[in-house]
Design a protein around this ligand. Structure first.
Ligand SMILES: NC(=O)c1ccc[n+]([C@@H]2O[C@H](COP(=O)([O-])OP(=O)(O)OC[C@H]3O[C@@H](n4cnc5c(N)ncnc54)[C@H](OP(=O)(O)O)[C@@H]3O)[C@@H](O)[C@H]2O)c1
Length: 373
């Protein structure tokens, strides 16, 4: 199969680097276009980027020239129709709509449009049906372009653990306290003087994002909008001196009683993407999205963040809670499952749905506009 050409906006940042690591040998996608800020435009990628990952920067990528962050092609080729975006939210607010309006599928990591009515906020194992909202976007009707988002890095692991519990028992309320890695703050991120030997009990806007995004992700598609999950969610978010991997301590009240064994079965049997696409799995989908670790002192970021190639959520320490019903710990890799890997899996799912093919797409005036798009 010919690989689809893709571009990366924000290619030099922490998430942009993960995109390059995950995509440079991807079987379905080929990186042909890179952009970052105006400071980087025109530079060789290898000179503009301070590569921070523990695999070498691929030589072909290092030699690519960073393009201006506008929806235009390179001297050697067209602008790809698929754009992965890893921009700060204020920049994304301005740039992402320009690429969607130019006819691109924009697959975004930023929070700028996550809660917009007609923009899907998706984790394929949790709420792939929400992708239908794409067809409500005015860009889609006019140019074929659209915008899809993936959640905040701490929301992703959490909702993967919650989805099978919501399906089987219903969730009434939830208390979560996070321990979030420094890579979650981008590069250079938190000053070393602030974080070494320390814990910072505040991450701007993070608690609000975690609470509202859980409601949308676990909500129900109701025509042109998402009906939010009817559950109370209270989050405490903390930055801790860990490189990669967000750990979250969760207490939960369920709507229907569940035993220890029933909860473990719900996680073990949660394989919504298995056998999808006539038996051919999506390249980035983990075999087991939720892995339960029996050891009493797990999950731990250093030991468990790379399960499922960094795409699985690891759960452990399930035990009764004296305030709510049950409590447990969940861990996921924040820049793989929590960011770039989540966006790549969204793109693979979109490819499977045929939403990355524009051959049969035609402008439409039949549907009514919804939301801001
Ligand atoms: N890190 C995580 O774990 C994580 C997880 C989930 C979601 N996210 C979200 O993903 C996005 C990127 O995060 P990050 O951690 O990768 O941030 P980062 O390391 O600070 O990288 C930011 C990127 O945006 C580019 N940029 C800055 N200003 C720009 C402008 N005016 N126009 C175009 N590009 C510009 C930077 O390019 P230059 O190098 O040229 O400055 C760089 O490539 C954020 O919205 C973040 O909230 C991050």
């Amino acid at each position: 199969m010919e690989r689809r050409k893709i571009g990366i906006l924000g290619a030099t940042g922490m998430v942009g680097q993960r995109f390059i690591q995950l995509l440079h040998q991807h079987p379905w996608f080929e990186i042909t276009w890179l952009a970052a800020s105006d400071r980087s435009a025109g530079k060789r990628y290898g000179d503009a980027c301070r590569w921070k990952l523990d695999t070498p920067l691929p030589a072909r990528i290092a030699d690519m020239t960073l393009m201006p962050n506008v929806p235009e092609g390179t001297p050697h080729g067209e602008l790809p129709k698929i754009i992965f975006a890893a921009l700060d939210s204020s920049v994304a607010q301005e740039l992402e709509p320009k690429f969607a309006a130019a006819g691109c599928a924009v697959i975004s990591n930023s929070s700028a449009f996550r809660m917009t009515t007609d923009v899907p906020l998706v984790v394929p194992e949790v709420n792939a049906d929400h992708l239908e909202l794409i067809e409500r976007q005015s860009w889609r009707r006019e140019t074929g372009g659209y915008l899809v988002t993936n959640p905040n890095c701490s929301a992703i692991g959490l909702v993967m653990a919650l989805k099978p519990l919501e399906e089987r028992f219903g969730i009434e309320s939830l208390f979560v306290s996070t321990m979030q890695a420094v890579s979650g703050a981008g590069y250079p991120g938190v000053p070393s003087w602030d974080i070494l030997g320390n814990v910072i009990p505040f991450i701007k806007n993070e608690e609000e994002k975690l609470q509202e995004e859980c409601g949308k992700l676990l909500g129900r598609l109701a025509g042109d909008h998402i009906q939010m999950l009817d559950a109370k969610v209270s989050a405490h978010c903390n930055r801790v001196p860990v490189e990669d991997g967000h750990t979250e301590c969760v207490s939960i009240k369920l709507r229907r009683p569940a035993t220890y064994e029933q909860i473990l079965s719900a996680w073990a049997e949660f394989q919504p993407l298995k056998g999808i696409h006539e038996g051919r799995s999506l390249p980035s989908a983990p075999d087991f999205p939720v892995e339960y670790e029996e050891a009493i002192d797990r999950p731990q970021p250093r030991l468990d963040r790379m399960r499922g190639d960094g795409m699985a959520a690891t759960v452990g320490r399930l035990r009764p809670c004296s305030l709510l019903d049950w409590k447990f710990v969940v861990l996921s890799h924040n820049t793989i499952r929590g960011a770039a890997g989540a966006a790549v899996l969204n793109a693979e799912y979109l490819a499977m749905l045929g939403k990355l093919d524009w051959k049969h797409w035609k402008p439409s005036v039949l549907q009514q506009p919804a939301g801001v798009a």
